[in-house]
Design a protein around this ligand. Structure first.
Ligand code: NAD
Length: 478
């Protein structure tokens, strides 16, 4: 049985209102207004949920979404326009186009770590494509969840876009309904539940998951700008939500002979960005909750792992802070090297030869992001050709997320489907093939009664389309 809110969304969709370009643009502009007029409320919500610094919030959440909206507004007419397509000459006279159409009602599941971006960025795509939407924020970022539930109905079309708050029971209830697409950001564990539920109605899904994202640091790094590299590595580990990010560096691969120099550089960046004493750390987000705090503490306090800590390791339980921590060669079979870390612990794994990093990475599940710091063009080519990951970034970290023209999504266990920019529009659209045929020139060779000529004709016709007109002429004759 369809619930009241779904009936309302379906009516809004059926009315055709959301297909209108003017509606789509007005909703996108409303998102901009929502962000502009409530900046302080967003800062406060994310401070309470995750201890995020307002500048980090602007950089990773408000600014990212505003950029997506502005980009979508500048491209939406082009994205919506039907694309003319070539047809085989055999079908002359005819014409064809590919017409994007909205899917219908979209369910968006949001993870807690970037609770504004991961709710509103997919929403930008869903609205641009002309859909109605339900957003289910994470119960683990309650202040931001409440903010979205309060402001979205106040700014956007409340009959077409809804926020439903709640925990697992509400999420499971949502999954029992029939959706036209489920867009899920979260863990592989819950993704399996989502996919199992989607099977009932054969609902298409996009799964934006995580995993262990490696960073290769080439020992030819003598030729790299090491200070810049160290800053970017530190930013890629601790800079966004204190490592609680799907594209944060999970571990670094480096040649043994270069490891101590790299550790020294990383320590310098950490001290400069965040300070030293765990009680006085600045600019560092807090760990989201007790469960994750204890999980991270257990990862580094595992007796087999603790001895490998070369920097950090302090915790401030009262304030839910874990110091940026560097570990050198923890055992590869320890949990810290088996599970996604999703926090401020950074294992550095040493290799005899940096080229072995490719085999190391390929022997594990395909990561969402792979980073490599190198100036060696041959090595770069090898990494591109021989590894598979959602994205591959050379000489920087995490910035791939804010590039509108790059698809964002995983491969293998890091998920499937992609979004951002035009890819978001496509993720929430169906590309309908529309073929207009004339009543002229009926090709008799396609119809029985069959004869040898028709078989010969069809063999040629499928292989040599430029012969189409000649064949067409002959086909008409028989
Ligand atoms: P999660 O899987 O626990 O929760 C994600 C969403 O699913 C939340 O909205 C939650 O309410 C909902 N949910 C929880 N239990 C459910 C159930 N039984 N049935 C239906 N829905 C349920 O993930 P999380 O802890 O919020 O996020 C952490 C994970 O997300 C990490 O693995 C991280 O790498 C990944 N992540 C990926 C991206 C990306 O863009 N690829 C971004 C952020 C986080």
């Amino acid at each position: 049985m369809e619930t009241g809110y779904l009936r309302e969304l379906r009516q809004s969709f059926s009315s055709g209102r959301t297909r209108d370009a003017a509606w789509r643009k007005s909703q996108l502009r409303a998102i901009l207004r929502l962000l502009d007029e409530n900046e302080n409320q967003i800062f406060q919500a994310l401070q309470r949920d995750l201890g995020k610094h307002p500048i980090e919030v602007y950089r990773d959440e408000i600014g990212v979404v505003k950029k997506s909206v502005t980009y979508a507004l500048s491209c939406i007419d082009k994205w919506m326009a039907p694309k003319k397509n070539q047809l085989p000459l055999l079908f002359f006279p005819s014409r064809a186009e590919v017409r994007p159409e909205p899917l219908g009602i979209i369910l968006i599941f949001v993870s807690w770590n970037f609770p504004i971006t991961l709710a509103l960025d997919p929403l930008v795509g869903a609205i641009s494509a002309g859909n109605t939407v339900v957003i289910k924020p994470s119960e683990l970022s309650p202040e931001t969840s409440a903010f979205l539930a309060r402001t979205i109905p106040a700014y956007l079309d409340r009959k077409a876009i809804k926020v439903i708050e709640g925990g697992t029971d509400i999420a499971e209830n949502l999954l029992q309904q029939k959706w036209d697409k489920i867009f899920f950001t979260g863990s592989a564990r819950v993704a399996r539940i989502v996919m199992a539920a989607a099977v009932t109605h054969l609902t298409p899904v996009t799964l934006e998951l995580g995993g262990k994202c490696p960073a290769i640091v080439d020992s030819l790094s003598a030729t790299l700008d090491l200070k810049v590299a160290a800053k970017r590595l530190a930013a890629g580990k601790w800079g966004a939500c204190c490592g609680q990010a799907c594209i944060a560096i999970d571990y670094i691969l480096v040649e043994q002979k270069f490891s101590s120099a790299l550790i020294e550089l990383l320590k310098k960046s950490v001290k400069r960005f965040y300070g030293e004493n765990v009680k006085n750390l600045k600019n560092l987000s807090t760990i989201v909750n007790k469960h994750h705090f204890n999980r991270l503490r257990n990862l580094m306090e595992d007796p087999a792992v603790a001895a490998s800590i070369v920097y950090g390791g302090e915790v401030d339980e009262e304030n839910m802070i874990i110091q940026p921590t560097i570990l050198l060669d923890p055992p590869l079979d320890a949990e810290i090297m088996q599970e996604e870390i999703f926090g401020p612990l950074l294992p550095i794994i040493t290799l005899d030869n940096i080229k072995d990093s490719i085999e190391f990475i390929n022997s594990r599940p395909k990561p969402l992001a792979l980073y490599a710091f190198t100036k060696d063009d041959a090595f770069k080519k090898q990494i591109v050709a021989e590894t598979s990951s959602g994205s591959l970034t050379f000489n920087d970290t995490v910035i791939q997320f804010v590039c509108d023209d790059l698809p964002f999504g995983g491969v293998g266990l890091s998920g499937f489907g992609r979004y951002h920019g035009k890819y978001s529009f496509d993720a929430f659209s169906h590309e309908k093939a529309v073929l207009h045929r004339s009543f002229y020139l009926e090709l008799e060779a396609r119809h029985p009664p069959w004869n040898d000529f028709k078989l010969r004709f069809l063999r040629f016709a499928y292989m040599f389309d430029y012969w189409g007109l000649i064949l067409l002429y002959m086909g008409l004759k028989r």
